[in-house]
Write a protein that binds this ligand. Sequence first.
Ligand SMILES: Nc1ncnc2c1ncn2[C@@H]1O[C@H](COP(=O)(O)OP(=O)(O)OP(=O)(O)O)[C@@H](O)[C@H]1O
Ligand SMILES: [Mg+2]
Length: 269
Amino acid sequence: MTNPLLELDNVTKRFGRVVIAEDLSFAVGSGEVVGIVGPNGAGKTSLFGLISGDLAPGAGQVRFAGRAVTRLDPAARCRLGIGRTYQVPRPFPDMTVFENLLVAAQQGGGLRRRPSYAAAAQALERTGMSAQANVPAERLGLLQRKRLELARALATQPTLLLLDEVAGGLTDPEVAELVEIVRGVNAEGTAVIWIEHVVRALTAVVTRLICLSGGKFVGDGEPARVLAEPAVREVFLGSEVTAALAGGSFEASPEAEGDGAVGRERGGP
Ligand SMILES: Nc1ncnc2c1ncn2[C@@H]1O[C@H](COP(=O)(O)OP(=O)(O)OP(=O)(O)O)[C@@H](O)[C@H]1O
Ligand SMILES: [Mg+2]
């Protein structure tokens, strides 16, 4: 990779005794689409926190678009082009969908008034939320809030889009629609890193898959090859991975997705 867009150099982060990133180094190129899988508590969301600036590393450096961003706060990193969604959606509840997108475009993306309207309108259309433009965010169900989360990230005009479990609970046609949105965004040059338990969503679009466990990478490479690695199978719901390899596609933890998404909606920083 000649000019990586994102680079982590020997990043370490601990919460007390829990190691969520252990000497992690990796690079993502402009235009890449990378999937991240791993068991609950592996450190996936925390890795996004380290990239987006919500978490400061104990050691190591984060570089984005050729500059050190380790000391920059999330707002500054967002303006540089790092857009993210949160596993637990965080809209402004009493603002409408469109107003939420305007805030994202202006405050997150640093756009002035007129271009911010264009960015918000584009994000609305792209995520299929035009009919909800004037609905207060607090009236949206979980799936629509997840969609708004994606729209908000897009409205900041990212060159690196970080998606944290946006496919949970979607039907097959909805997953296909989401994959198309991600493909479209990527086709315009935005790099994507997508954390997802719905592995069939990832395998439809990513060209590289990373498996994280205990703050370490246990696999990184071509998706089918990574899913076939014994170390990955061992940490990542072994039997389902085996089933996926046999059957072609699967959902890693179907019981835990959907409204209320038990167990994993607790974690977003
Ligand atoms: N702010 C925090 N303070 C202390 N511990 C934390 C904090 N944030 C996360 N953790 C812990 O760090 C570990 C990694 O959490 P993280 O949310 O990154 O996992 P994850 O891979 O995203 O899991 P999931 O698949 O459930 O979303 C967990 O043990 C979690 O409890
Ligand atoms: Mg998480």
